[in-house]
Design a protein around this ligand. Structure first.
Ligand SMILES: *[C@@H]1O[C@H](CO)[C@@H](O)[C@H](O)[C@H]1NC(C)=O
Ligand SMILES: *[C@@H]1O[C@H](CO)[C@@H](O)[C@H](O)[C@H]1NC(C)=O
Ligand SMILES: *[C@@H]1O[C@H](CO)[C@@H](O)[C@H](O)[C@H]1NC(C)=O
Ligand SMILES: *[C@@H]1O[C@H](CO)[C@@H](O)[C@H](O)[C@H]1NC(C)=O
Length: 448
């Protein structure tokens, strides 16, 4: 009897081992990348009820996918080594934590894994066709295109675009995370992601000078740090493998940060990064809007506003910190000077709170021009938000090593938070800044 029980248990164990284990993303070796892989698309479903143990689904078996709920597809890109994307798990879990939805990981690692980028890129339209077949089945079972959201990374962004095009732009939303540039740059809209591929298309460009795409591709195009070099990423090839993909991947990490509600990253609609850095684009351009556009999952807060625009496209810029949660806090430093002659130079500002925390910002994008009795508004970006500023220091520099040292005579300096315009403005009147000498003072509340 006991023996029989054992036998049954053993059989159960074996059974649960073969079809009961949780499927996961295909893991391939570098060897596969060298010899190349044929296309095989696996759809891996995660839901809130089955957050850790996924299910393999396909167009004949939707599994526990509930078609009346929102469905988010995550589509990765080129896999030059065969390994699963490092960010996949965190992205899936973070999505499930903010909203009850179906998350479908589109695992086309067989296909994307090859050392030859052109081969992977050549399979993107086929992947899109397979997704179309699957979505058609979802629709047949009662799903609505409006509830379908696709997050595409690199080549995956263009795949999402191809799917969207087959539904004439009726998909709910597409988010492109640093859409691939090579082989797609300059292509017509039907051969890449474009704003007509979904009801709302938002894009984060984090590596426009290498693996990413420079031009806008969506309704809302976000360019963190101008879209070029991301803080915290190695700047030279001595940074190893990271040097190649760190900027590119930053788009994904920024998106994930938006789901983790530590802080929200605001972006500033602007024509260029330069104008943003020079403080020309901080009003967000819409009087009635509650907040500036938000990066990431909540980027659709500007959808309605954009749809009334012609064309419904907008670029937005912002800076990020090196580390999670990446937020920078924007302040204006308004300076009125009274030097007889025009002074050009750079300002570095430090804030200190009562507990001794220090936040520093150098405003060094371009020299500012100080002219008698004119107010100059400088955009300062801090990596922490000090609520109660007890002390401020200012440093003025012309950055010239030779020649005389200058003074900047400040009639009034005012510090105001952009994110919290309601916070009291801090002022200091009558101050002389000697070049390259840090000047500390306690600010007072500005008079009205
Ligand atoms: C979770 O997924 C597994 C298959 O991967 C399935 O056997 C199980 O019933 C699912 N659980 C729930 C609660 O849906
Ligand atoms: C779909 O998935 C089911 C269950 O995993 C499997 O039995 C079936 O063969 C799959 N169909 C196709 C066409 O792959
Ligand atoms: C599917 O989702 C809807 C809406 O969230 C819910 O009312 C329904 O009970 C769900 N169906 C199943 C089978 O879980
Ligand atoms: C951000 O918030 C998440 C929870 O939403 C928490 O797990 C994580 O530790 C926080 N990270 C930082 C850097 O504060």
């Amino acid at each position: 009897m006991l023996r029989l029980y054992f036998l049954i248990s053993l059989l159960c164990l074996v059974k649960s081992d073969t079809d009961g284990t949780c499927p996961s993303f295909t893991r391939l070796s570098f060897h596969s990348a060298v010899v190349g892989t044929g296309l095989n698309v696996r759809l891996i479903l995660y839901t809130q009820r089955n957050q850790t143990c996924a299910q393999l689904i396909n167009s004949t078996t939707l599994g526990s996918l509930n078609v009346t709920k929102k469905t988010t597809f995550i589509i990765h890109g080129f896999r030059p080594t065969g390994s699963p994307p490092v960010w996949m798990e965190e992205l899936v879990q973070s999505l499930l934590n903010v909203h009850e939805m179906n998350v479908v990981v589109v695992d086309w690692n067989r296909g994307a894994t090859t050392v030859i980028y052109t081969h992977a890129a050549g399979k993107t339209k086929k992947v899109a066709l397979i997704l179309k077949e699957f979505i058609d089945q979802m629709l047949a079972e009662g799903a609505s295109l409006h509830d379908i959201y696709m997050i595409g990374v690199s080549l995956g962004a263009h795949i999402a675009g191809f799917v969207g095009e087959m539904y004439a732009g009726k998909l709910g939303r597409i988010t492109g995370l640093d859409p691939a540039g090579p082989l797609f740059n300059g292509k017509p809209p039907e051969d890449r992601l474009d704003p007509n591929d979904a009801q709302f298309v938002d894009v984060i460009h984090s590596d426009i000078d290498a693996l990413g795409y420079r031009e806008p591709l969506g309704n809302m195009d976000f360019y963190p740090n101008g879209g070029l070099d991301q803080p915290g990423c190695p700047k030279t090839i001595f940074g190893g493998m990271k040097y190649f993909k760190c900027d590119h991947q930053m788009s994904v990490f920024l998106y994930i940060a938006s789901l983790q509600n530590n802080c929200s990253i605001s972006a500033y609609p602007c024509d260029s990064y330069r104008d943003y850095r020079n403080g020309k684009c901080v009003s967000c351009g819409v009087g009635q809007m509650v907040s500036c556009p938000l990066l990431g999952y909540y980027a659709d807060n500007w959808k309605d506003y954009l749809m009334d625009k012609d064309p419904p496209m907008m670029k937005a810029f912002f800076d990020t910190a090196e580390k999670k949660p990446f937020c920078m806090y924007h302040y204006f430093v308004d300076i009125i000077s009274w030097n007889k002659n025009i002074r050009r130079g750079f300002i570095t500002i430090k804030l200190r709170d009562k507990d001794g925390n220090i936040a520093e910002s150098s405003i060094d994008h371009e020299p500012s021009t100080f002219q008698k009795y004119h107010q100059v508004s400088l955009l300062a970006r801090f990596n922490q938000d000090l609520d109660k500023v007890a002390e401020i220091s200012l440093l003025f520099s012309t950055k010239s090593v030779v020649g005389p040292k200058y003074k900047l005579r400040v009639l009034r300096m005012k510090l105001r938070s952009l994110a919290h315009p309601d916070r009291p403005h801090l002022c200091r009147y009558d101050l002389v800044l000697m070049e390259n000498v840090e000047t500390f003072f306690q600010p007072i509340l500005c008079s009205k």
